[in-house]
Design a protein around this ligand. Structure first.
Ligand SMILES: Nc1ncnc2c1ncn2[C@@H]1O[C@H](COP(=O)(O)OP(=O)(O)OP(=O)(O)O)[C@@H](O)[C@H]1O
Length: 251
């Protein structure tokens, strides 16, 4: 297994508050890696540092073997590190197909900063069609996004993100605002697509049962520091995690 993402002593201070303190994190390629921890533990800050939304106070971030510390969100995205379903917004005035094709073109641009030929545009269209089938929107591909209800819109967002062909997809509470059933089916869909397309998933998720069932590795943060990292079984069995994170309750 190879390492896709690595942080070394990553630290972010807001005044006297240390939101992330010396975070050393290693994410292996092709895995699903979750970050958990109580409210205010520093999970979002960690994601913001990795994706370039915040600059670290100290420490470094390596992605695909290269130092990306201090790069802008745009630069990081072009390297193939996508954040949530926000890398390309849903354009209400475009159809589902057009939305996904725009994102597929972003992936083309990423591969080559040269001008594109008509061929690669056709190719982007073909990939858009495949992706819409994958997320279950093939029969609605020519409807405008504005007409989509919440659930279908989420599926479209997933399709758009997939079309950008990230190497690493970071999901910050991907299922916020969804019911349990939708949450599970959405996470399973993302995981299946990640498997098929060979990319790595990193997520913040509050639903501990979901985290336990889908993660290969879990990192536990508390007050900005990593207090445990391991498989779901290892984390579940960790006494410090139980004390710190759940006040002694069984995970
Ligand atoms: N821009 C900021 N300025 C000042 N303090 C901040 C800022 N962003 C985050 N913090 C503080 O840093 C700490 C970590 O916040 P963060 O949002 O990363 O935690 P979290 O684990 O994602 O929490 P939650 O689970 O509630 O989303 C908190 O105490 C928060 O108040």
């Amino acid at each position: 297994m190879s390492t896709i993402l690595e942080t070394e002593n990553l630290t972010k201070r807001f005044g006297s508050l240390t939101a992330n303190g010396d975070v050393n994190l290693t994410v292996e390629s092709g895995t699903t890696h979750s970050v958990i921890g109580p409210n205010g533990a520093g999970k979002s800050t960690l994601f913001n540092l990795i994706t370039g939304l915040l600059e670290p106070t100290s420490g470094s971030i390596r992605f695909n073997g290269e130092d990306i510390t201090g790069e802008s969100p745009h630069e990081v995205a072009r390297r193939g590190l996508a954040r949530s379903f926000q890398i390309t917004d849903v354009f209400d005035g475009l159809t589902a197909f057009e939305n996904v094709r725009v994102a597929a073109q972003f992936a083309d641009d990423r591969r080559s900063s040269m001008w594109r030929s008509a061929d690669s545009l056709t190719d982007a269209g073909g990939r858009a069609t495949e992706i819409l089938e994958d997320v279950g929107l093939a029969d609605r591909s020519h409807q405008r996004a504005a007409e989509f209800a919440y659930g279908d819109r989420r599926k479209l967002e997933i399709g758009i993100t997939m079309a950008t062909e990230p190497d690493l997809l970071m999901l910050d509470e991907p299922t916020a605002g969804m019911g349990r059933e939708d949450t599970i089916s959405t996470v399973q869909l993302v995981q299946r697509l990640a498997d098929e397309r060979g990319f790595t998933l990193m997520l913040i998720e509050h639903d501990i049962e979901i985290v336990m069932s889908i993660s290969d590795t879990i990192t536990v943060l508390q007050r900005g520091e990593v207090i445990a990292e391991g498989t779901p079984d290892e984390v579940r069995a960790d006494e410090e995690v139980q004390r710190a994170y759940l006040g002694g309750a069984q995970l």
